[in-house]
Design a protein around this ligand. Structure first.
Ligand code: ATP
Length: 297
């Protein structure tokens, strides 16, 4: 079983002639509403790539919460694992520029209400070998409690420190797989060549460390060896969700299919290239058939 402990939000995506700058108002195309939030994104791609995925996340007590629960159910994710808290569900405003680049502002009040006690309760029934996925959708304290509970149950732990929060560098020891983009890696272990950053993450107690580099691909170090895997060249429409697609497919390839690290990185890159080629978040993710075709190669 894969348990994603994270956040869910509603994304309002706007195609924008330029990314908003200080003091400027930009007129944009119509806003497109879809599910978002890194926890939900990763759970959705995982649910399309594997079976037996659970998303544990907080939703508010508003109409949006009902919409979120229904949309997750469409993806085969059981809304019974969502935790209802008072107040509004989280929202993100996503501006996508002409090059497919983005700027995002997100609320986190709802996801910050996911407490260490919620995390411990969510992992109570987990078995040795089950996989826990964590990201910056939860607070440092909640992630710390989840990691401790997962270690006590001999689970495999995957950590994606995005959005970065102060204190994430204290969570690394004993994590099986860390996936960070270049900026996140620099915040965790300082500037340097990406492979060197991956090695520094391993020196901090991470099993395998992967640093993703956008169109320049990804590098890895750790138990699975050192690798540099190029990105799959693709026309870029909107890069939102590329990192989440990469992470979910990497985790599925490693922990469900038992793929070697380099092969898993290649699957993840192929899947992320599909996501960058389409607009939107969930709408852009590879389908089950596309993911099965990647896994079958
Ligand atoms: P995001 O926050 O936009 O979801 P990220 O910053 O977490 O992404 P990136 O390093 O930008 O992560 O991208 C993750 C992976 O997605 C890359 O390693 C690469 O395989 C793929 N990817 C990203 N951008 C492109 C691109 N322009 N063309 C092809 N593949 C891409």
């Amino acid at each position: 079983m894969f348990i994603v402990l994270g956040n869910v939000a509603v994304d309002e995506t706007m195609q924008s002639p330029l990314l908003p700058a200080r003091g400027a108002t930009v007129l944009v195309g119509p806003a497109v509403r879809d599910l978002g939030g890194k926890g939900a994104n990763q759970a959705i791609v995982l649910a399309r790539a594997t079976t037996d995925v659970r998303l544990v996340a907080t939703i508010g007590s508003d109409d949006t919460a009902r919409w979120i629960a229904a949309a997750l159910a469409e993806e085969g994710l059981d809304p019974a694992h969502l935790i209802r808290v008072p107040g509004a569900s989280d929202r993100s405003l996503v501006f996508v520029g002409p090059d497919g680049d983005n700027a995002i502002a997100s609320t986190s009040q709802c996801s910050d209400a996911l407490s260490p006690a919620h995390a411990e309760a969510a992992l109570r029934g987990a078995q040795p070998g089950d996989v826990l996925l964590l990201q910056g959708g939860c607070t440092v304290e909640t992630n710390r409690a989840a990691i401790a509970a997962a270690k006590a149950r001999d689970m495999r732990i995957v950590f994606n420190p995005s959005a970065m929060r102060e204190g994430f560098d204290t969570l690394l020891a004993g994590v099986d797989l860390v996936v960070a983009n270049a900026g996140e890696a620099a915040e965790l272990v300082g500037d340097g060549a990406p492979l060197e950053q991956a090695e520094r993450l391993v020196a901090r107690g991470v099993g395998d460390a992967v640093v993703t580099l956008g169109a320049r691909g990804s590098v890895a170090a750790g138990r699975g060896g050192q690798h540099a895997v190029p990105a799959v060249q693709a026309p870029v429409r909107d890069t939102t969700g590329a990192g989440d697609t990469y992470l979910a497919v990497l985790a599925a390839a490693r922990f469900m299919h038992g793929a070697p690290l380099a092969a898993a990185m290649a699957w993840a890159s192929a899947a992320a290239a599909i996501t960058v080629g389409r607009p939107g978040t969930r709408a852009a993710f590879p389908s089950r058939a596309e993911l099965a075709a990647i896994a079958g190669k």
